[in-house]
Design a protein around this ligand. Structure first.
Ligand SMILES: [Zn+2]
Length: 228
């Protein structure tokens, strides 16, 4: 995506599946520089998968850096952004990376994602998938820098959804990203699809029901980070 939110279909599939831990290899990050995007240091036009991934990461971190600064704090950028394939992902805190996943690893403060898995969603759903999965994982990186006191995993996941919505909505309001008619609805529809199929909110891997995920994402999107 260039500066518009593509036909977003998102992600819920992504969200559901995503979230593990991982690690890895050499950094694979967008370097600030050329072709800045909308007054940000992010380059890239988002015309292809790789460009969208780089742009989503850069813009989301730019959003949080700005946000932390406005609040008198300092955002700590993730150390690396690791693309892996299948089983060759980086481990995290003794846990191996698993295929078809994306995760934030607090040990090392990095994010890793199965690139074939994310690319398949991108091809099938549209670039919106990238703009939901990456902001969600960066939402966990933000949580790691704020007070974390969750009794249940589902609370952590829903807050990450809220942060993802907040960064996306914030970027759109700042004019860095542009939403097309219908995008918001598509995002929400897709989030609904990504919820947990069962009502076991207490489960260690629970991410929340479709309606809850949608509600938290929308809350952040419409009201900003403080509402999360
Ligand atoms: Zn998560």
């Amino acid at each position: 995506m260039t500066r518009r939110i593509p036909p977003v279909l998102l992600l819920l599939t992504l969200l559901v599946a995503s979230c593990g831990l991982v690690t890895g290899s050499p950094p694979d990050r967008a370097q600030p520089g050329d072709a800045a995007s909308g007054g940000t240091p992010c380059r890239g036009t988002g015309d292809d998968f790789r460009g969208d991934v780089m742009l989503a990461e850069c813009l989301t971190e730019w959003f949080w850096s700005r946000r932390f600064r406005e609040s008198g704090g300092t955002y700590r950028p993730i150390t690396r952004f690791v693309a892996y394939r299948g089983d060759d992902g980086p481990g995290c805190g003794g846990e191996p990376a698993v295929p078809e996943n994306a995760f934030y690893c607090p040990y090392g403060h990095f994010i890793a994602y199965d690139t074939d898995w994310l690319k398949a969603m991108y091809d099938e759903i549209g670039d919106g998938a990238v703009y939901v999965v990456i902001p969600h994982e960066l939402g966990h990186a933000v949580q790691a820098q704020l007070v974390e006191n969750f009794r249940f995993n589902v609370q952590r996941e829903l807050q990450a959804d809220c942060y993802a919505g907040a960064s996306l909505g914030g970027l759109i309001r700042l004019g860095v990203l542009g939403a097309e008619q219908g995008d918001e609805e598509e995002l929400l529809t897709n989030l609904r699809l990504a919820g947990d199929p069962t009502g076991a909110w207490w489960a260690p891997d629970a991410h929340g029901s479709p309606a809850m995920r949608q509600r938290f994402f929308a809350r952040g999107y419409n009201e900003g980070p403080e509402a999360c």
